[in-house]
Write a protein that binds this ligand. Structure first.
Ligand code: APR
Length: 227
């Protein structure tokens, strides 16, 4: 069975109504990224960071997977499929995509601010100041913030290295190390990018650009591949 690897980003969830970061003019709900998505921001104002993620968690829990997420489930009937996502929502899982690796964490998880291995599923619930992990420290979102290591990146690079087809959907490829994953493929495999815009980095001739929204472009590509 051929192995299809998808690297997804905010654009695939945009079609479910969740805002991308870079399309919103570099501001997330009116915040600079370092205020709400860095360890310095957390140390400066935990309440602000919790409010921000509590709002994002609520939005994500109300959003529904779209045609793009569902088309990946369809692809699994004919191919081995691995999804590597930079998204922190769980729309891939809720669409039934069976193999999903999150590079930047998950909104529905909280963790100890001291021990990154102490993770709890909190569903759509808020995290408040004074909510403690089992080690007695404050709970924080289980999100990989800017400046923090990406624990799943090595695992992701091995998955990409096994791909027979690579699909990149709805990511600006502007954030590293996630963006570097596209360089780990075997030589000369088919590569597709589904995005209304081309990324700013230059892509070789092996790439096919499907200049469309994820909810239209991905199902069309999937239909071609499962024919
Ligand atoms: N369908 C497909 N692509 C879309 C759509 C859509 N409907 N709408 C927007 N896009 C594309 C944009 O053209 C852009 O290329 O999605 C991409 C979104 O880019 P970013 O906002 O930079 O999101 P992403 O690449 O996932 O960001 C990476 O940066 O914001 C941090 O940690 C966060 O995981 C995130 C990382």
């Amino acid at each position: 069975m051929q192995h299809i690897v998808l690297l997804t980003g905010a654009g695939i969830s945009a079609d479910s109504g969740l805002k991308t970061f870079r399309d919103a003019g570099g501001l997330w709900e009116g915040h600079r990224i370092d205020e709400v998505a860095s360890i310095d921001g957390w140390n400066q104002d935990k309440q602000k960071v919790l409010n921000f993620y509590n709002r994002r968690r609520e939005q994500a829990s109300k959003a529904k997977p779209n045609e793009a997420h569902h088309s990946i489930t369809k692809l699994e009937k004919k191919y081995r499929v691995s999804v590597i996502t930079q998204n922190v929502d769980d729309l891939h899982e809720r669409a039934g995509n069976s193999t999903v690796l999150h590079l930047h964490g998950l909104l529905r998880e909280a963790r100890s601010e001291v021990d990154e291995t102490l993770i709890t599923d909190i569903g759509a619930n808020a995290i408040n100041i004074g909510d403690f992990s089992e080690d007695g420290s404050q709970l924080r979102p289980n999100i990989v913030w800017f400046g923090e290591p990406v624990p799943n990146i090595e695992k992701a690079s091995y998955i990409v290295a096994e791909a027979d087809i690579l699909m990149v959907v709805g990511t600006s490829l502007a954030v590293y190390p996630a963006a570097s994953l596209i360089h780990y493929t075997k030589k000369s495999i088919p590569k597709y990018i589904v995005d209304p815009k081309l990324p700013e980095i230059s892509l070789s001739d092996e790439w096919t650009h499907i200049q469309n929204k994820a909810k239209a472009g991905l199902p069309e590509l999937v239909n071609q591949l499962i024919k």
